[in-house]
Design a protein around this ligand. Sequence first.
Ligand SMILES: [Fe+2]
Length: 405
Amino acid sequence: MTVPMTLADTLTNEEKLADLDLDTLKQLVGLVEHDAATDPFPVNGWDAAVWAVGNATQTSHFFQSAFGMELVAYSGPETGNRDHVAFVLRSGGVRFVVKGGVNSSSPIARHHARHGDGIIDIALEVPDVDKCIEHARAQGATVLEEPHDISDEHGTVRIGAIAAYGETRHTLVDRSRYDGPYLPGYVARTSGFRKRDGAPKRVFQALDHIVGNVELGNMDEWVAFYNRVMGFTNMAEFIGDDIATDYSALMSKVVASGNHRVKFPLNEPAVGKRKSQIDEFLEFYEGPGAQHLALATNDILQCVDVLSAEGVEFLNTPDSYYEDPELRARIGEVRVPIEELQKRGILVDRDEDGYLLQIFTKPVGDRPTVFFEFIERHGSLGFGKGNFKALFEAIEREQERRGNF
Ligand SMILES: [Fe+2]
């Protein structure tokens, strides 16, 4: 298969270092052709998901021990950072930066006090920071950081930042002139943590999508924001008000960068008989924020087995889901026996392009807010629309247990 230049050129350095080639990435996250030359806000891909947490030291350990990620860089008082500690973790093309304030006046500590553990920055790698910031400004975005260079002995990074929903931001990073471990101010760091014998090198390879929850009535405004400010397009699976169980409901629409490298589903609560899961998020996160991160894996069975053995908890899927003849007929043949999926509670959905396997963790912090999805795509570019009802019923069972339903 020949690799089209427009896509090949967008592989980030991190992805190349992680031995990700374009065909693999295409399969993992579902890419489409796109002409970057006409894009008002060209995006290469994800740069990092940056977290503010209550204890970065321990969260860093969790992502290593439970998620199989690798510690690669660090910033903190020892490197001259008097505000917070930050640990940079990698798995394939995925980069998490986990930050914790070292005193109460740190902006990280203040973010955490209000929102709990969560995503403060969905950073994107772009080829031209100035062009993006100028376009964003002209389209009415709030510029939080003007484009500027930061340098160290590894080179120069150009960055700028714009505001997104709630207190979330998008830092835009051009690291084409930089070969350090993360950003100036960070030093390379490894960890004494050793994986268990026989553990795979990594259990997920790429970031597929990050979902944002916004208040009732604001979803279309944020869809329009990403259309206008970042030139993102509405994806085919542009789902309206059809996501409801008997009790609670939400609305969701998906915007994506030109080649679908970066995908942002946006949810808002809808009125139902009981409290929407989005309302629960907004209440406990104390405002809009990133709800879940979907990590793409080429072996979801292994991924779930490894994470479960480390104590990561997933939402349960009832046996009735797998025994439903309608579902069996709809999904047809998938690469593994349904019984293997059932054992692990993995969901499956099929559309005209192919199918996907997916599973969701329970919230990973103390508040019922941020959680993860693991997704194995086989041609499908969707988000598991056919599973929403089963998934939401599982979430509602958890909400009920927390007394928030
Ligand atoms: Fe998702």
